[in-house]
Structure formats: structure tokens, C-alpha cells
Write a protein that binds this ligand. Structure first.
Ligand SMILES: *Cc1c(COP(=O)(O)O)cnc(C)c1O
Length: 223
């Protein structure tokens, strides 16, 4: 477990360097992505400073959640089936993987039932990959406008998983989509999150405006 502390230190140093090079003055959050990681390790990471964790799989999350240390913010970042929304709605503060009106309507419905407002990032399939979730860039404006009409969800930004070894222009176009979207939503001040960058590309993502980076293997070791 000592490794996790060392990994975290290295990542924070790299992030700090990238921030001062490319985004001085901005705040960049490091999310620990916990898929396949036992709860003891997650709690260990939280004990030395991680304050944001990301969950991919509803089933796995529900099993581990009772054992998590309480003080941590949790976002859902994985593919989410409509029938799983009700299990996670009161356990996470942001759903980063909202990518269809059907899913967002279900999130809104469950949020109404639970008397809460759910924060959403819209996931964009920026590389147009068949295998990936996310809305196509061309459909993003319509989806944003539709989601913006729902009372119990709040649009907070965009999320993306650029293709492996993607050219930098993919990251740049993601930032452009984010800024265009912010100019159009009803509450632009609240639309403040670009979640992009993982273990292999977080420096590039920070260069292009990411303010949440999602780190799994570089922190916890390879899966
Ligand atoms: C697994 C995963 C990550 C972290 O990936 P690493 O390359 O291990 O850092 C980030 N985001 C999502 C959506 C993931 O599924």
C-alpha cells in the first residue's frame, strides 16, 4: 500500500507541473478510479488526501459502498443502465456518464422521487468509437437543450474518454465543445467541469482544459 502513496505523490507533482505550465490559477481535481480495487485500498487512498472517487460498475459499487470511509465525494463514471439508476441516485453527487435523453429522464425521475437534484456531466464520444459510450458531438447541442429543461438534474459539464493515442486536436475539439456548451446552457456559472484524462494522457488533457482527471492504474497499479 506504500506504493499508492508514492504513486499519488508522483501524480500530484505531475499535475502541479502541468497546471503551472498550461493552466495557472485553475483548480484541477484528481479522481481515484476504483474499478477492481478492494475497498481497503480505496480507503487507504482517501486517508492520505484523495477526496474524489469514481465508480464504473453499479454492482461492484453497491457491494463496496458500505465499507467506504465516509468523507469522500463519489461520482459515477461508467456505463449506466436505466434500471440501475435507482440504486445509485442517493449515493453519488455527480453522474459523469449521462449520454442519452432516456437515461437522463430516468435520472431526473429518480431524483424527483428522492427529493434531490443530481449533477450531470454529459459524456461525449469524442473519437466516434463504436465501442464507447457517449453522445456524438453533433448531437450534443440537442441533448444539452433537452436536459436543461428537466427540473431535478443540473448540467455541470462534459466528460470524455479520448481514443488511445489520440492526436491533440481531439482534446482541443473537446475543449471547444465544452466552451460552446457553456455558452448555451441556462446556468453557465454552474457548468464548470471538463472531466478528461486518465493514467496515460492526463498531462495532455490538462493542457486542453481538463479540470477533473480520472486516474486508475497509475494510482492503484495495473488491473
Ligand atoms: C478505468 C477508467 C478510468 C481510469 O483509467 P486508467 O487508465 O486506469 O487511469 C478513467 N475513466 C473511466 C471512465 C474508466 O472506466
Amino acid at each position: 500500500m506504500i506504493e499508492i502513496a508514492e504513486n499519488y505523490k508522483r501524480i500530484t507533482e505531475n499535475v502541479e507541473k502541468a497546471r503551472s505550465d498550461y493552466a495557472p490559477g485553475s483548480k484541477i481535481r484528481i479522481m481515484a478510479v476504483t474499478k477492481g480495487v478492494p475497498h481497503e485500498k480505496v480507503n487507504h487512498a482517501v486517508s492520505f488526501g484523495i477526496d474524489l472517487i469514481g465508480e464504473n460498475r453499479a454492482q461492484e459499487f453497491l457491494q463496496k459502498h458500505p465499507f467506504y470511509a465516509k468523507k469522500c465525494e463519489i461520482h459515477f463514471i461508467g456505463g449506466l443502465q436505466n434500471n440501475k439508476v435507482k440504486y445509485i441516485i442517493d449515493k453519488v453527487s455527480v453522474i459523469q456518464s449521462a449520454d442519452s435523453l432516456k437515461l437522463i429522464s430516468e435520472i431526473n425521475r429518480r431524483a424527483v422521487n428522492s427529493g434531490l437534484i443530481m449533477n450531470l456531466l454529459i459524456e461525449v464520444n469524442i473519437g466516434c468509437e463504436y465501442s464507447k459510450n457517449g453522445v456524438e458531438a453533433g448531437r450534443l447541442p440537442v441533448l444539452l437543450a433537452q436536459a436543461d429543461e428537466l427540473e431535478n438534474v443540473k448540467l455541470r459539464g462534459l466528460m470524455a474518454i479520448p481514443p488511445i493515442n489520440a492526436e491533440e486536436n481531439i482534446y482541443a475539439s473537446m475543449r471547444r465543445l465544452y466552451e460552446d456548451a457553456r455558452a448555451k446552457v441556462k446556468q453557465p456559472d454552474e457548468f464548470d467541469t471538463l472531466s478528461m484524462g486518465m493514467s496515460g494522457d492526463y498531462v495532455t488533457a490538462i493542457k486542453h482544459g481538463a479540470n477533473i482527471i480520472r486516474i486508475g492504474s497509475a494510482l492503484f497499479g495495473s488491473r
